[in-house]
Design a protein around this ligand. Structure first.
Ligand SMILES: [Zn+2]
Length: 305
């Protein structure tokens, strides 16, 4: 990808009380969520904010001070600096307490009834961030690639926000192979932990069908073969029509710089990007272990005959 930067022009201003559509890309880490969100953010009326929902309530992530997709630190980025300043520290901490796997079933079943007055400030903070992004960019669909279904569930409870979910699934052997190798500033994790994440994120992402306006599951392997198909489907799901995707030529795309929070190092730069990678799967005894520990979901996702 080229390192030169060109910014996409913003369009008209969004009215303050319009419903904001959040297109949440859910799934296990290293499943291709970053590139998928970059392409979705190129659609007309869409803006990709990276892992914004996760960033707001993750103090560890904030402390890492990872640069935005524009290359600047978040407190210095012209897109984010004023927005993140408005999130009080206590709201960020109480949000972190709510975004946990163990609170997921409780929130899923009870919905807004599970939100006591003390948590209203969290929903207001999420609403404020998305609304500000929509107003600043003139976009009516915000692409958030936070991955974690618990974040998506919280977003679904925000008044004035309509949640759409794209759940991306990738073969667990490739996910394990990716996590167990170093990549830029990303940490390496052992296979057993990655497999636990793969299970939990995929199962909980499926549960989002109960709370999302639309839910679409796609395999990463199918997406890289035909990315245009997903873009057409997402257009129909979110705005009721297929949108032009002239930035896409087969499995190559031309992308603008995007103000992406968190995410992997592939988020930087602009210009031509190849969709898909040459990641090899795990081999030998580890391959057997991964298959043994994941075969029921592999069968569900058609990775097994
Ligand atoms: Zn930025």
């Amino acid at each position: 990808m080229s390192t030169s930067v060109y910014e996409r022009p913003t369009s008209q201003t969004l009215m303050g009380n319009e419903t904001i559509k959040v297109l949440f890309v859910a799934g296990s880490g290293r499943s291709g969520t970053t590139i998928m969100a970059r392409l979705l953010g190129e659609l007309d009326g869409f803006v990709n904010v990276g892992e914004a929902a996760r960033y707001l309530f993750d103090r560890h992530l904030q402390a890492k001070n990872l640069p935005c997709g524009c290359g600047q630190s978040v407190p210095q980025c012209p897109f984010w600096r004023d927005i993140v300043k408005e999130i009080p520290a206590d709201v960020s901490d109480s949000g972190a307490a709510l975004v946990r796997m163990r609170t997921f079933p409780w929130l899923l079943v009870r919905g807004r009834n599970a939100i006591s007055a003390q948590y209203e400030a969290i929903l207001a903070a999420i609403s404020g961030v998305y609304r500000r992004v929509a107003q600043d960019t003139g976009c009516s669909v915000i692409v958030d690639s936070s991955k974690n279904p618990a974040n998506a569930l919280l977003v679904s409870l925000v008044p004035g926000v309509e949640l759409h979910v794209v759940h991306v699934v990738r073969h667990p052997q490739n996910v394990v192979a990716s996590w167990t190798k170093s990549k830029g500033y990303l940490a390496v994790h052992p296979a057993r932990r990655v497999i636990a994440w793969w299970w939990s994120y995929n199962i909980l992402a499926e549960a989002l069908k109960l709370r999302a306006k639309t839910y679409r599951r796609i395999r990463y392997e199918d997406f890289v073969l035909n990315p245009a198909a997903l873009l057409r489907q997402v257009g129909r799901d979110t705005v009721g029509q297929e949108l032009p995707s002239s930035f896409l030529e087969g499995t190559e795309a031309t992308v603008h710089m995007q103000h992406i929070l968190a995410g992997n190092p592939d988020k930087f730069g602009s210009g031509k990007v190849k969709i898909g990678d040459t990641q090899t799967a795990v081999a030998g005894s580890r391959k057997l272990l991964v298959d043994l520990l994941t075969f029921p979901l592999q069968f569900r996702y058609r990775y097994l005959p």
